[in-house]
Design a binder for this molecule. Sequence first.
Ligand SMILES: [Zn+2]
Length: 312
Amino acid sequence: MNQNNNLIQIFEYFSDNQRCIDLLVRLRWSEGIMCTFCKHNKVYNLTGKNKRYKCAKCLKQFSVIKGTIFENSPITLQKWFVAIYLMLCDKKGISSTQLSRNITVTQPTAWFMLQRIRFMLRSRITKVKLKGLIQIDETFVGGKNRNRPFHKKVKYNKGRSFKDKTPVLGMLDENGNIKTIVIPNTRAEVLKPLVYKTIETNSIIVTDEWKAYKGLDKDYTHFVVDHGRSQYVNDQGFTTNPLEGAWSHLKRMIIGVYHKVSRKYLQRYCDEFAFRFNTRLLTDSERFKLALSHVECRLRHQDLTRDSLQFR
Ligand SMILES: [Zn+2]
């Protein structure tokens, strides 16, 4: 794959099954093929068209898709790779109806594939460490109140009430890496433990004046931007504007492509958004390869249909 591939080149490139397998072997086992059962690094190549291996220690056989999101899937690797590419190269992602037309699978299959891919992206997201100066802010994702029928309108939904929408906590570091966590509400007992869990103490943090952040200055150098007073850059020059910008990307993705996302699955869409946001300076093929190098995780069906909320 080159730096700039158009769609036709992508379809052509992935049209060869062996090429897909070889690429997956390279990306999954960049430091050499390893037994998927016992992690032993001496394996034998078995002959046959689907490239299988046999472990020299435990003698078990495996293929490159063992223990990946592709395992037990009737969909060919070619279709999987095109799906991943299409999802990652468009800034806003791809809907399951669009994907089902592009690679000729049913819409429920396309939906399931996209959920598995999001699960793979999440394993990358969890490895990212936030460093340096970090902005913290929450946003609310959900349908617009004014578009609802009268009896479904939620009263007093201005500001930080979350009756109508799902709150998401975001943390953005000075290198442009973001973490997004779906939360049940924006109270201190929810926000503070997540801040402590995600950001090393003694870091510099910037928030707005929301009262739930009060007291973080005990463990962090804490700067406040007073949005209530229409302040967007405080007297010391700190701001949360870049994080506000990231929120508008997230909302455009959800409104523009996915129309509406249930609270149950919102964390997965936030993971997809965060992966794309954090890799925005990479080329499409670099982003694709980075995603595939985290393929070693399998989403079981019960995990998929279970509540994806990270916060429990
Ligand atoms: Zn083994």
